[in-house]
Ligand binder design. Sequence first.
Ligand code: ADP
Ligand code: ZN
Ligand code: ZN
Length: 728
Amino acid sequence: MSKPIVKVALAIPGSNYFDYLLPDHLGSVLKPGMRVSVPFGNKKRLGMVMALTEESSCPLSRLKAIDRIIDDSVLLRPKDLKLLEWVSAYYQRGIGETVMASLPGRLRDGKQSAPDRTEPVWQLSQSGRTVDDASLARTPAQMRMIKILREQPAGMAQKQLLQLSVTSRATLAALLKKEWIEPAVAATNASRADNEVQLNAEQQTAVDSVNGTQGFAAWLLYGVTGSGKTEVYIRLIRQALARQAQVLLLAPEIGLTPQLYQRLQKALNAKIVLMHSGLSDGDRHCAWQQARDGQADVLIGTRSCIFTPMPRVGLIIVDEEHDLSYKQQDGIRYSARDLALLRGREADCAVLLGSATPALESLHNVACGRFKLLQLKQRAATAQIPRIETLDISNSSLNEGLSPQLLQAMQQVLQRGEQVLLFHNRRGYAPVLSCKSCDWIMHCEHCDARMTWHKHSQRMWCHHCGTQKRQPHQCPECGASGLQYIGQGTQRIEEFLRQRFAQYALVRIDQDSTRRRGALQAVLQEIKQGKYSLLLGTQMLAKGHHFPNVTLVVIPDMDQALFGADFRATERMAQLLIQVAGRAGRAAKAGRVLIQTRHPDHPLLQQLTREGYSAFAEQALAERKLLQLPPYSHQVLLRSEAAKAEQASEFLKQARECFAATDAISLWGPLPAPMEKRAGRYRYQLILQSTERAELHNRVSAWRQQLYRLASGKRLRWSIDVDPMEMY
Ligand code: ADP
Ligand code: ZN
Ligand code: ZN
């Protein structure tokens, strides 16, 4: 019997499925998982067929017919649709919005097959292998390319090669002309394991444990920074590939994907595909298609890759699983880490979460027996865990925030020819412009935030909404001309260090210095080649990178983080500190970490520096338990924002009134967000918390339908955040 009703997901906010009739002539070809064009209002819209059924809750006479089928074969398989349905229900977002957001832009726009991006793979030729560095000295771009290819005996795809070496096609053409490079021969089955490191006992145990378990299992690979987690990933991936499985490897940031690609490409005989938001639409579509069709063996990418269909997926790895960037902060507010577990369960395969500073949630999951723990307590090879020391600066006279002791320690390391990394999580030149006479401070007119002075562009900038202003020369409040820049951003510290350590090359890495595409990759390569002695930067520098020659990490200011408002503030601070510290002494030379503080006795600092992350985590979890905060309870946040504060809070008040109260769920709010006004809009939130997750979610889902009907909600923006990670 035919099923004439088509359930279609359309990206209409708050909507469920829309029913359409299936015209006879399309009857036999249409299947769930195909895109269709349907009439909606007086327009045509793109939708995804979710199911075919016999019944509709609407009278048949009122249903319109499908206009056109876009795909000639199924785009999303039943498993993929099921995942999206789950995401839509769990994260309280319409199915259509969920499905559409999961697709690459080109598919959302109704485009057909991916553009053909078959690319040559290049390797060094016989003569290219013997070129010496001296003869390349005058062509640095060619040198970079050759150096990369030396490390890649099986060659590298053109796009990745250009990206990693930060060169153009002209460089490639030049090398071709000299006959130093040639197209790589098709991948042979030769093992790439020739000069591979021997795993240490802890690594081997980790690999054996995962391999010894069949079907779904969640593993937390808790390994100190530099303990060789990536090496463990590589072995596991190789074995998954041997079973003909596909592997999904998630990284928290685009900036980390090239180095992972490079390591995997060197170690594996496989088709490795990169996918992240830095790619063009066409490239992203192409990567998606290759994963979807099973041609890609390994997919490396950021958060949104978690939605990419992979028919043979047999291993999912989430690197730096504690990282906040796995949680999407707008649209569908999903956690890619949590979805990785769901996908692993669906695909009945292992999921490996790796971190040196696991999220408290994950440690709690270990304690509850949901995750199995694998530990790497030693740094791989000969590297030592760095010592972390605090420097009490309550009585020091500071120079641009840096104490004499700190500068002296830096000097010593620089003199030895080693690298120093200075971490400072504040970009710009000075975070405050104020009046000497009346204490006026320049605020952003659209946000509850101060404006930051950017010396290079000669502008005051708001880092929250992007507003730029010329700096005033007189106080608008009292007319005095004595305005001063207070505090240090990375640019100011850079200026000072360039004078103080003039003979040493310095590089600053933050959002401002790396805006240009490929700029970050270029400096990262330069750092590895030892071009700089002083590395200065924000958390862009703190994550995951491997700088073998850094032996001293200095942190001039972390005190602010000790007193954060959010209950997760201490967890963040602890993770950041251990991660930054982890950049020190990653190779043969021992490392040291110096933190300046005015609160050397602060219990958090004491505990972290003396006992380490595990002790901190244990205590933090005990506190959370006492207060019944996540992970010992579950939260849902209803956020609203409007041009007027009353509007935003009024909606939440009404929302609260129509919530079916129960003792099992606590409600707080409406409360102003920690930054109440941002980009000209007032933001409020209502917090729901319960120890009963199912109960909470069931009630929220019924409640959401009511919220769509509240008149006050139609005039403003609101959203539901399930398992919120940030109050903001
Ligand atoms: P993580 O991912 O935990 O930060 P990596 O896998 O990047 O650590 O390893 C850090 C460094 O140690 C790398 O240079 C890696 O090649 C090296 N390494 C890893 N495992 C071993 C080992 N068993 N023996 C020698 N060197 C190793
Ligand atoms: Zn003034
Ligand atoms: Zn602003």
